[in-house]
Design a protein around this ligand. Structure first.
Ligand code: AMP
Ligand code: MG
Length: 464
């Protein structure tokens, strides 16, 4: 059961997430809903539960983890199917280990905003319905105020849910879990010759595609432990995430990750590694190493196909050419050399005019060595001419895939600091901006700005 918090209040609510749960967003501010989403009132028919799981953390087997601070309240019938509602930070569970079962306002606002921002970017993700807060103090590095974020997803089952039963040598439980996941979320696989291999194959495919999407918007998860990998291929567990700003493929957004295991450049390979961890767990059901390997072999080609497709779209290319990956590599090397802002670069690239290199100054100025940009741009122009690309049309198409607004750390930080002084208006404003990441929003131009100097001192780390 959730543990109540004193005098809870509403911090933020997502009308879009409410609609997905079949809820009228207006009700979210009502006292009884705030009480429910804080864990202070459990609806009569709800049977709260916390799920056990295990996992690999930073590449090392960590044993049992489990929902240390997440409690499933139940399921709502949404217009696109049932949605599970989960309270994160609602107190201790049987799996809390040394933790207090709580979450702080800062991390809850970050999870809330990023879940909804990712959804608006079209990236598979769990959703966030509301954040509620309480003045109860929570001890971290300093004392912070408590909050609960209500998350939603068709399921919160993780790779680690399978690793748990497999590592304990519990084949019956493993099978029950796999059969439930297949029957409920992958019914089309139940008729496959080997449904468990088919499950691994489909999860591998979805994971590769999800990570290709991350790379394409510069999203870094920060803590891609196998227990943070969704069996539905959803981005799950927003903690020390970040969006790439000054481009550096080796960038590490999680302060705890000193080795850079989860750097931007490593994400695709770690995704693959995590699928191996899932394969290992499913092996007793799949039956043979060969069949597991066959399913895993899908990862690289699926990732490569999707990332190339996404990058072509980001560059406004309508056709595929064999040497496109070289064009992309040269672009990333150029961006890296000058630490060009990831989001601004792609957005500005949409303004390039094929026959007017003299108009390139806004783009050129992003690079230390302007001539290096000119050389790459000449290649890009040749490529565009070869497919008779039309400037205005290409810009429209590029603006639909290259976001203008992403959740930069400093934007979240500004909203958090106001919220810590009980002014929740900036969280709502930022959510409204991030719900339309591809639109020009003339009044919100400043939300697309580069980080201010103070932001370089921001640090985020695991489990807050
Ligand atoms: P994370 O790194 O946030 O994915 O968390 C790893 C594990 O620790 C998960 O099983 C969490 O549920 C658990 N955990 C994180 N923070 C807490 C906390 N404050 N109290 C109890 N368990 C926690
Ligand atoms: Mg986690």
């Amino acid at each position: 059961m959730p543990t109540p918090l004193p005098a809870p209040y509403l911090v933020a609510a997502s009308a879009r997430a409410a609609a997905l749960a079949g809820l009228d967003p207006a009700v979210l501010a009502q006292d009884d809903f705030v009480a429910t989403f804080t864990g202070n009132h459990v609806p009569p028919r709800a049977k709260p539960l916390a799920a056990v799981y295990s996992g690999h953390q930073f590449g090392v087997w960590a044993g049992q983890l489990g929902d240390g601070r997440a409690i499933l309240l139940g399921q709502l019938a949404g217009p696109q199917g049932p949605m599970e509602l989960q309270l994160k930070g609602a107190g201790k569970t049987p799996y809390s280990r040394m933790g207090d079962g709580r979450a702080v306002l800062r991390s809850s606002i970050r999870e809330f905003l990023c879940s909804e921002a990712m959804a608006a970017l079209g990236i598979p993700t769990t959703r966030a319905l509301v954040v509620t807060g309480s003045d109860q103090g929570i001890l971290r590095e300093t004392v912070e105020s408590a909050a609960v974020v209500t998350r939603m997803a068709p399921s919160f089952v993780r790779f680690g849910s399978f690793e748990h039963w497999s590592s304990r040598d519990k084949p019956d439980e493993l099978r029950i879990l796999a059969d439930y996941v297949i029957a409920t979320f992958y019914p089309e696989l139940s008729g496959a010759p080997n449904p468990y291999q088919a499950l691994l194959q489909e999860v591998t495919r979805r994971t590769a595609q999800m990570i290709a999407h991350w790379q394409a918007v510069g999203f870094m998860h920060g803590v891609m432990n196998s227990d943070n990998m969704s069996i539905l291929g959803l981005t799950l567990d927003y903690g020390p995430f970040g969006f790439m700003e000054a481009f550096d493929p080796e960038h590490i957004c999680n302060h705890t990750d000193q080795q850079g295991r989860y750097s931007y450049a490593n994400q695709p390979e770690v995704g693959h590694w995590n699928c191996y961890a899932l394969a290992q767990a499913l092996l007793p059901l799949i039956g043979s190493v060969e069949e597991a390997q066959e399913a895993l072999a899908l990862y690289q080609p699926v990732f490569a196909a999707r990332i190339n497709e996404l990058l072509r779209a980001k560059l406004g290319l309508a056709t595929a050419q064999e040497d496109d990956p070289q064009l992309f590599d040269a672009m990333f090397a150029l961006m890296s050399g000058s630490h060009a802002d990831f989001t601004q670069f792609f957005r500005k690239l949409g303004t390039l005019q094929v026959d007017a290199p003299a108009q390139d100054s806004a783009l050129r100025d992003m690079f230390h060595v302007r001539e290096d940009f000119d050389a790459w741009a000449a290649r890009y122009r040749t490529r565009l001419r070869a497919e008779a690309s039309v400037d205005a049309q290409r810009k429209l198409a590029m603006d639909r895939v290259n976001p203008k607004y992403v959740l930069r750390n400093y934007l979240a930080q500004v909203a958090i600091e106001k919220a810590q002084h009980k002014d929740f208006s900036e969280v709502a404003r930022l959510l409204a901006v991030l719900e339309h990441p591809f639109d020009e929003q003339p009044h919100n131009e400043h939300y697309a700005a580069l980080p201010p100097d103070w932001a370089s001192h921001l640090e985020v780390s695991c489990s807050s």
